[in-house]
Write a new protein. Sequence first.
Length: 687
Amino acid sequence: MSTNHSFNNIYTHGFARVAVCIPEVKVADPVYNAEQIIELAKRADKQHTAVCLFPELGISAYSCGDLFHQDALLDACLEAIESVKVASKSLRPLLLIGAPLQIEGALYNCAIAIHNGKVLGAVPKTYLPNYREFYEKRQFASGRDCVLSEIKLLGERVPFGADLIYNAVDVKHLRIHSEICEDLWTPIPPSTYAALAGATLLTNLSASNITVDKARYRKDLCARQSGACVAAYMYAAAGPGESTTDLAWDGHGLIFENDNLLTEAGRFTPQADLLVADIDLERLSQDRMRLTSFHDSVSAHRDKVARVRRIDFTLNPPKVGLPLLREANRFPFVPSNTDDLDTRCYETYNIQIHGLEKRLSASGFTKLVIGVSGGLDSTHALIVAAKTMDRMNLPRSNILAYTMPAYATSSKTKSNAHKLMESLDVSAKEIDIQPSCDQMLKDIEHPYAKGEEVFDVNFENVQAGERTSHLFRLAGQNHALVLGTGDLSEIGLGWMTYGVGDHMSHYNVNSSVPKTLIQHLIRWIAGQEEFDTDTRNVLMDIVNTEISPELVPGKDDAEEPSQKTEDKIGPYELQDFNLYWITRYGVRPSKVAFLAYHAWHDVSKGSWPSTLPVENRTDYSLEQIKHWLEVFCYRFFKISQFKRSALPDGPKVGSGGSLSPRGDWRAPSDAEAVVWLKEVENIPTRL
């Protein structure tokens, strides 16, 4: 990564740009159709694409019927393929075009791969529909029945069969397979075996006439196949110009990545359409590496997988600055779509309640002890506890809630803690822990006990320890469980005192919920009708309060906290972004910075969670992103794993993961962070 241009280039970071091309066709006019294919390929080439996918039989048009048995048309198709081949010499992308090929007395519906003036291979359609409006067996033979593995085409020996994968030797993980229309509509599409053999980009040259609701079904098929195969899936359906004698065509283009729709064509457009997206090949490879069932499937079908042939080609990806086209979600744990956000919050909330209900039932305890600070985490944990008691038909008074002010507790958070406990009808008490902290500081001969204003880590940890000590003794005295409050973000950053504070409890409902999601959960809960107006008002006041550990004193009787957590460990919205990509996908820091820059450097663009107020939206420069990423890598990889190795139980909530040593994350406590920190050093501070 020696230049800023290479840093700001999608191919540097494991992406590939691909295009679905829907040309206008004329039925049985290969010359015209080839011209349209070449024109769209040129447009895609200007956008630095690696692959261009065209519809089924696009050289001839799909709806030729018995004209496919005319030698004049078949000869013209060969000449048209030749013209595309010649034009490809000046183009970068691999072109996948559809054409009829007559081979050994049979006619095959083929997907032909052309690159840099050469035909790389030809894939015949395996499954020929012959029902309702389809009668393809009248014209074509199935590729399954052909005994040839190589054919002569345009004077070249060309690999032939449904078992071909095109491997870009200079773009890591870019391995392409083609199937044709009906192949996808079968129980086991040919692309399944290709994916098991390593193909990451599955393509479908389709005609697929349109009928009511068929587009939805196509999308479902593409989504399912991309998800089941842990692959990208490109789909190109025939569009304007196909015969409407008996059928209609909508030019449906789709690009999926592991069940996620990246982009979709407008459909029914009267002119040619070009659909471009960036697919994350590294992300697909990471997912496959982790999924043991994927590799078990490879082993189960080893005979078919072993027969798949790889054909190498050199793409020569562009070296210029090439920013990311797709949106990088600023809040990977928090959907921006309102309906999705509602679902995420509903499921998270109920997973936490269900987990706590089971733990209480299994333990035989009916009471909980919780420390309430007036901050985000304890607020949400207290809400979960209240709803759990409701579900179990137990009184909320069984929740023994304590606020425990000390040297740095602000009047605002203390007031909010009392308001919240009162509004939820829990058993609320206040315990001033300052005297016990004074005694501890005196016992260990801390400078503060001698009148010096020394507010070091020991000073802070004494307060965290005293709070936890009180909670556990109160739990023992009242036959109750201590409910943990620390969240996933703090666990990732190691922002907790070992063995006490947010680190230790009998059960932690927030253990796999990141800070950004907790903020939105509280906003979401405040917007529901579960609680009265007083509770909703105090919830919104809490969520709008500066995040602080409140351990270092400021001015006497301060209204606001004197410490700001994010000044020390970084903005949680950035650190949650880093946490997601590094732990969920194993992404290298340079790619995380690249994604973060595209997500955060201009907050005027892109989508936001509906619950986030406009005034709370902040943009970050690449220099800031690099700085806080370095903080994250040092804290996560170097100094905090030993804390994660001793976490209490808590329910896993999302696919973003958990850092439980019994779950998603198992790592040594004494590993080095040098490879991650070295990567961060090489990230530029500006573009």
